[in-house]
Ligand binder design. Structure first.
Ligand code: KG4
Ligand code: ZN
Length: 332
């Protein structure tokens, strides 16, 4: 079964053709990051307008690279939630138009389920497993009992981990999105230079990153106020201490949630899954505790339509088909 999948939940216009949920025939993404960088974050209206401009070309390229015509596609899938509402609406309406015109089933896919499915593309992962989804908009531990049966064990109560990375990076003077700059800067920093708070939450599987982010901002602010400035070496030390603390929080909660659920496998996904320090720490923790670990190749960590096409196959098998009244939803 060949599915044309469309993803426009944030600042990437992406289309892919995926066969039977596992084989990516094409995955084409037009990124808007360079434009949003000018404003230090994603500007929702600009995002919607750029999706409108890019979506036809991106879908045409995805079909061309997969060497299939629209007539050979068996279904159209689209991210309908969660995300920026104006951005989601562009993808939803475009997918609806194709589905109606070509008389194909329309499959609605939740973006977070898509990130989880990014691990199906390479490595043969199958449920059940414990999923740690870490992106700019989400941080959750989810027990994936089956392809469409999910139990959320914990989630962030405030900022997502990627958002905290981006805000800490901004305070350190790096461009948006700052996660990768923190990773780069941390390589020359000392992880023990700054003692940062390890937030406590009532439900031990929930996350909270806003206190940690504020601690970083305050440290920089106070140093500047005292006229001490913040030199390159302090900046690298603070980046390294921050990254280490975030990764410790993510890793320890994922492993203890796996223990509780009885899952034998942990699967990391989302934009922050690109972070090599997190991958290494989780690999070590999983080795020590006897868990199998999966994470996606870098190209499937950030937002992409291939992961949507992968999850769409399982949604289709479960009978999750939308009609022409499908609408976008900003939150879940
Ligand atoms: O999954 P994604 O592309 O979009 C959302 O669904 O949010 O994730 C984007 C997030 C951004 O916050 C970005 O800074 C973060 O992923 N990110 C990283 C790295 N690469 C991307 N964070 C830490 N280290 C990285 N190497
Ligand atoms: Zn995402």
């Amino acid at each position: 079964m060949k599915i044309l999948a469309i993803e426009t939940s944030c600042d990437e216009t992406s289309a892919a053709v995926v066969e039977n949920g596992r084989k990516v025939l094409s995955n084409v993404t037009a990124s808007q990051i360079e434009e949003h960088k000018l404003y230090g974050g994603v500007v929702p209206e600009i995002a919607s307008r750029r999706h409108c401009e890019a979506i036809v070309g991106v879908c045409e390229s995805a079909l061309e690279q997969a060497e299939v015509s629209l007539g050979e596609i068996d279904a159209v899938a689209v991210t309908y939630a969660p995300g920026l509402i104006g951005a989601l609406l562009v993808g939803v309406n475009f997918a609806k138009g194709i589905a109606i015109a070509c008389k194909k089933p329309l499959i609605p896919v939740n973006h977070v389920r898509g990130h989880i499915a990014s691990n199906y593309i390479v490595g043969g992962l199958k449920p059940p497993f414990l999923s740690l989804v870490v992106s700019g908009g989400h941080t959750s531990v989810i027990h994936v009992r089956d392809y469409t049966v999910f139990e959320e064990i914990g989630r962030t109560l405030d900022d997502a981990a990627g958002e905290a990375f981006d805000k800490a990076a901004r305070a350190l003077g790096f461009p948006y999105p700052g996660g990768m700059y923190i990773e780069r800067e941390s390589k020359i920093g000392n992880i023990n230079a700054y003692k940062l708070p390890f937030p406590k939450t009532k439900n031990k599987y929930n996350f909270s990153f806003s206190g940690l982010k504020t601690a970083v901002i305050n440290l920089i602010h106070n140093a500047k106020q005292k006229g001490e400035g913040f030199d390159a070496s302090s900046s690298a030390d603070l980046a390294a201490s921050f990254q280490h603390t975030v990764c410790e929080i993510l890793t320890s909660k994922a492993v203890s949630a796996a223990e509780t659920t009885g899952a034998k496998t942990i699967a990391l996904s989302g934009g922050v899954a690109a972070n090599s320090y997190l991958r290494e720490m989780l690999t070590q923790k999983c080795d020590e505790n006897g868990y199998q670990l999966h994470f996606p190749p870098l190209e499937y960590c950030g937002d992409n339509a291939a992961m949507i096409g992968s999850q769409a196959y399982y949604e289709f098998l479960a009978g999750n088909i939308a009609d022409s009244s499908l609408n976008a939803t900003a939150a879940v």
